[in-house]
Design a protein around this ligand. Structure first.
Ligand code: 5GP
Length: 204
């Protein structure tokens, strides 16, 4: 586990996961710092967009479950403005690492009609998930739609998508886990983001 040892703190916290992790991409402190910056920037933008109306009709933050749960929880607390929160749940990856059909498992509980929606995504890969959700929310009459992604993973992009806020850019085609991101439902509770060893990833 030599590469993972480059971050001693992360190594201690991930002792149980060592065998599968190649290296830490962003550690806990880097993520927390970036989330604070994003929260402040997003809050400023909604203040500028909505002004006084912010109190009456705050932006609706929509998390994409389950991958965005950890990011969503931190990001909303980094936004010093009123917000409402909801989530949608999709099914696409299953247990492997290849994208499949996208299905909506859980729709919004809040009507999106006339709302200023901020979609919060864990990682954008091909872009298909975001395209699907953009069409879905526009069909429901959202007044505006912005997208915040923790990670913009660029090598396999098939659909051009507009990302308004990005935490980190990943230029390599690595499969990453941690901070909400899973592989076969594991590793979501790692406080950092790491690349899985290629041999640990089963491409379906
Ligand atoms: P897209 O539709 O953009 O191809 O895929 C987006 C979804 O695929 C993400 O929300 C996430 O669930 C999954 N995904 C894509 N790349 C990764 C990755 O490197 N790690 C994990 N854990 N999930 C990924």
């Amino acid at each position: 586990m030599s590469e993972l040892n480059t971050n001693a703190n992360a190594t201690v916290k991930a002792a149980w996961a060592r065998g599968a992790l190649a290296r830490v991409l962003w550690d806990e402190a880097q993520i927390q710092q970036r989330v604070r910056e994003l929260g402040a920037e997003i809050a400023r933008d909604y203040q500028a967009l909505l002004g006084e109306a912010l109190l009456e009709e705050p932006p609706l933050i929509v998390g994409i479950f389950r991958g965005a749960i950890v990011f969503l929880a931190d990001l909303m607390r980094a936004m010093p403005i009123p917000v409402e929160v909801d989530y949608v749940q999709l099914y696409s990856y299953g247990k492997g690492a290849e994208a499949g059909e996208i299905q909506l498992l859980r729709d919004l509980g809040t009507p999106a009609q006339g709302r200023h929606v901020l979609l919060v995504e864990d990682i954008v890969d091909t872009g298909q998930t975001l395209e699907f959700l953009r069409e879905h929310l526009e069909a429901r009459g959202a007044a505006s739609l912005r997208v915040c992604a923790l990670i913009d993973k660029r090598p396999r992009r098939r659909v051009p998508v507009q990302l308004d806020y990005v935490g980190f850019v990943l230029e390599e085609d690595a499969f990453v886990v941690g901070y909400g991101l899973d592989y076969a439902e594991r590793y979501r509770n790692l406080p950092f983001v790491a690349a899985l060893k290629p041999e640990a990833v089963r491409r379906a």
